[in-house]
Design a protein around this ligand. Structure first.
Ligand SMILES: Cc1cc2nc3c(=O)[nH]c(=O)nc-3n(C[C@H](O)[C@H](O)[C@H](O)COP(=O)(O)OP(=O)(O)OC[C@H]3O[C@@H](n4cnc5c(N)ncnc54)[C@H](O)[C@@H]3O)c2cc1C
Length: 532
C-alpha cells in the first residue's frame, strides 16, 4: 500500500507539498482544508464578478525554482520584444522565442506582466514610494519640514541608537526621526496595532532590510544607468521591485489550477475539514481528527507523513499528548494580526494623476494610507493589478484594508458598519465622493500576520519540540510563524519533499528558507513588500 501524507491546509504551502509529492514520490497526498476554497490568504475572493485579492499578491521571486514552477502552470503573456522581462523566459527556460506568449484577451490561463506602482498618501497628498527627493516631494512637504528631516537624518547618522533593539530605533537609524514620523510611523502602527517602540528590530531587519536613504539614492542611479535585467530582479531591493507577474484572475487562479492538477494526478483535497486534534504515538504523529464545518461530524485520518500549514499556536493546542509547559506557554503567547478588506465599487475616484495628456486614472496598484486620522491602512486598486479583476472595466474596484485583532470592536462590526466606516474615511481624506459608491462588500481574513512580538523571541522552544516528531513538517507562513511570502511558503514545502525523497530526516534546511543569506531581503534579494 502506498504511504499517505496528510497535509493540513490548501494554501500555497500545502498545495505545493501535495504537487511535489505526486511529482517526485509514490506518497499519496490528502489535503484537509477548513474552508470551501483553495489558496488560503493567497486566494481570490469574488463578489458579483468582481475579484478581491486579499492584501495584493505580487508573483516574483529570487528563486528560479519558484519562478519556473509558476510559469509552468501559467505562461507569461505576450510582451513586446526587447522588454527586459522576456529575457527571463528566454534564458532560463529555453522557450522558443518565435512563439508568442498567450494573449490575455483570448485565454484565461495567463500571467500578466505588471508594472509596480505604490505611493504613500499623507497630508492629503501623494508621495512616491520609495521616497524620492524630487522637487515635487520638497514642494509637498514644505521647506521647514524638509530642513527638519535633513537635520534629524544627520543627527541619526552622527549618533545612531545603539544597541538597536526596537523597530522605532531601526527606522530612526536609517531615516532619521522626522522622516520616520512622516512616512513610516502611522502606517506601521496601524498594521501592528503596537507602537514601533514595542516591536522587535528583527521585524525591520527581515522585512525592509537594506532600505535606507542611501539605498534609495543608489536605486535611482541604477535605474537611470541600467538597461535590461530580468524578471527575477535579483539585484533589486525588495521594497523597490518594479515589475511582477500576476495571474489574470488574481492569485487564487494559480492555486485553483494547482488544485486541479493535484486531483488529476491522484491527490485528494477534502474541504470543510478543520483539523482539531492530532494523535501522537511516541515520537510520531499517527492521525488527525477533523471536524466538518457544515455537519459537525468528526473524521479521523491516519497517515504516514504530516505537513502542517495551520497556525502553530492551534497545532500545539491540538496535540493529544502532554506538551511541556514552556512550549505551551510560548505557543499560547504567539500573536497574529487579522485583516479586513472593504471592497468598494465606484463610478470613479476623486483623485486623478497628471500626465502629458492631462488628468488620468491613477496607476497605483496600492496606496499606503499614512494619514493618522483614519483607521484604513492601505488601499488596493484592483483595476491596476489586472483589468480582468473587474466585471465592468469602466468602473473602479478598490479594496480598503484594515488591520486589527479578532477580539477588537472593528472585527466585530457588521458589514454595513464597515462599509460605512470605509466610505466615510475615504471621503474624509479626499479619495472618493460618497455618491460614487455603487456597491460594496466585506471580506474578513483571520491570522494574516504572524507577529514578531508576544512570545516570538522564544519561538525556538516550540520549534525544537515539534521537530522531534520525525514524520511532521511545519510549512508556510502561519505553519512556521514566519513572515513568508508565497515563494518562501512554497520553498519550505519543496525542501521538505526534497528531504523525504532523499531519505533525509533533518529539517534544518526547511527552517533555513527565508533566513539564509541567499534568501534574505537584502541588496541581492527580492522577497516581499514593505509591509505585506
Ligand atoms: C496583506 C498580505 C499581502 C501579501 N502579499 C504577498 C505578495 O505580494 N506576494 C507573495 O508572494 N505573498 C504575499 N503574501 C503572503 C502570502 O499570502 C502567504 O505567504 C501565503 O498565502 C502562505 O501560504 P500558506 O499555505 O503557508 O498559508 P495560508 O495561505 O494561510 O493557507 C493556510 C490554509 O490552511 C487552512 N487551515 C488553517 N487551519 C486549518 C485547520 N485547523 N484545518 C484545516 N485547514 C486549516 C486555511 O484555511 C488556509 O487555507 C501576503 C500576505 C498578506 C497577509
Amino acid at each position: 500500500m502506498a504511504e499517505i501524507a496528510l497535509i493540513i491546509g490548501a494554501g500555497p504551502a500545502g498545495l505545493t507539498a501535495a504537487f511535489e509529492l505526486l511529482k517526485r514520490t509514490k506518497i499519496v497526498p490528502i489535503i484537509l482544508e477548513a474552508e470551501d476554497y483553495v489558496g488560503g490568504i493567497s486566494r481570490t475572493a469574488q463578489y458579483k464578478g468582481n475579484r478581491i485579492d486579499i492584501g495584493g499578491h505580487r508573483f516574483f521571486s529570487k528563486s528560479d525554482r519558484v519562478m519556473e514552477w509558476w510559469l509552468d502552470r501559467m505562461p507569461m503573456q505576450q510582451v513586446e520584444q526587447g522588454k527586459s522581462t522576456i529575457n527571463y523566459q528566454r534564458k532560463s527556460r529555453g522557450i522558443d522565442t518565435s512563439a508568442p506568449g498567450p494573449d490575455p484577451n483570448q485565454c484565461d490561463r495567463v500571467m500578466l506582466l505588471r508594472a509596480r506602482k505604490s505611493r504613500i498618501y499623507f497630508l492629503r497628498k501623494f508621495f512616491d514610494y520609495p521616497i524620492t527627493l524630487s522637487g515635487d516631494t520638497i514642494k509637498k512637504l514644505g521647506l521647514f519640514r524638509i530642513a527638519k528631516i535633513g537635520f534629524s537624518y544627520l543627527r541619526a547618522v552622527a549618533f545612531p541608537v545603539k544597541p538597536e533593539k526596537n523597530l522605532e530605533q531601526f527606522f530612526i537609524n536609517r531615516f532619521g526621526r522626522e522622516l520616520y514620523r512622516t512616512f513610516f510611523k502611522s502606517y506601521t502602527e496601524k498594521v501592528w496595532g503596537e507602537r514601533c517602540s514595542s516591536i522587535s528590530a528583527e521585524w525591520g531587519a527581515q522585512r525592509i532590510k537594506g532600505l535606507s536613504i542611501l539605498g534609495t539614492l543608489k536605486h535611482i542611479f541604477r535605474k537611470i544607468f541600467k538597461r535590461g535585467g530580468d524578471l527575477a530582479q535579483k539585484e533589486t531591493e525588495t521594497s523597490l521591485i518594479e515589475q511582477f507577474l500576476y495571474p489574470k484572475h488574481g492569485p487564487g487562479q494559480m492555486w485553483e489550477i494547482v488544485a486541479e492538477e493535484i486531483q488529476r494526478a491522484g491527490g485528494q483535497i477534502v474541504h470543510h475539514q478543520r483539523v482539531s486534534k492530532i494523535h501522537v504515538e511516541g515520537d510520531r504523529i499517527a492521525a488527525v481528527e477533523a471536524v466538518d464545518s457544515r455537519t459537525g461530524e468528526t473524521t479521523t485520518y491516519r497517515g504516514d507523513w504530516f505537513f502542517s500549514t495551520m497556525p502553530v499556536k492551534n497545532l500545539v493546542a491540538s496535540l493529544d499528548t502532554k506538551v511541556p509547559a514552556n512550549v505551551c506557554e510560548v505557543s499560547g503567547g504567539l500573536i497574529y494580526r487579522d485583516f479586513i478588506t472593504v471592497g468598494l465599487l465606484l463610478n470613479e475616484m476623486k483623485v486623478r494623476e497628471d500626465s502629458p495628456q492631462g488628468q488620468r486614472f491613477i496607476r497605483d496598484n496600492w496606496i499606503y494610507i499614512q494619514e493618522p486620522d483614519v483607521q484604513v491602512g492601505r488601499l488596493q486598486v484592483f483595476n491596476n493589478w489586472s483589468p480582468y479583476m473587474v466585471a465592468d472595466p469602466t468602473k473602479t474596484w478598490v479594496g480598503l484594508e484594515y488591520f486589527c485583532y479578532e477580539t477588537e470592536a472593528l472585527w466585530k462590526m457588521t458589514d454595513r458598519q464597515l462599509i460605512e466606516l470605509g466610505t466615510s474615511e475615504m471621503e474624509k481624506i479626499g479619495i472618493i465622493e460618497r455618491t460614487a459608491v455603487l456597491d460594496a462588500t466585506v471580506i474578513r481574513m483571520p491570522k494574516t500576520y504572524p507577529a514578531y512580538f508576544g512570545t516570538y523571541d522564544r519561538f525556538d522552544e516550540v520549534r525544537t519540540y515539534l521537530d522531534q516528531f520525525a514524520n511532521l513538517y511545519l510549512l508556510g507562513r502561519n505553519g512556521m510563524h514566519r513572515y513568508n511570502n508565497q515563494d518562501h511558503s512554497m520553498l519550505t514545502a519543496m525542501v521538505a519533499v526534497d528531504n523525504i525523497a532523499a531519505g533525509l530526516r533533518d529539517k534544518a534546511n526547511v527552517w533555513a528558507v527565508n533566513t539564509e543569506q541567499d534568501y534574505h531581503e537584502s541588496k541581492e534579494s527580492v522577497e516581499s513588500q514593505k509591509n505585506a
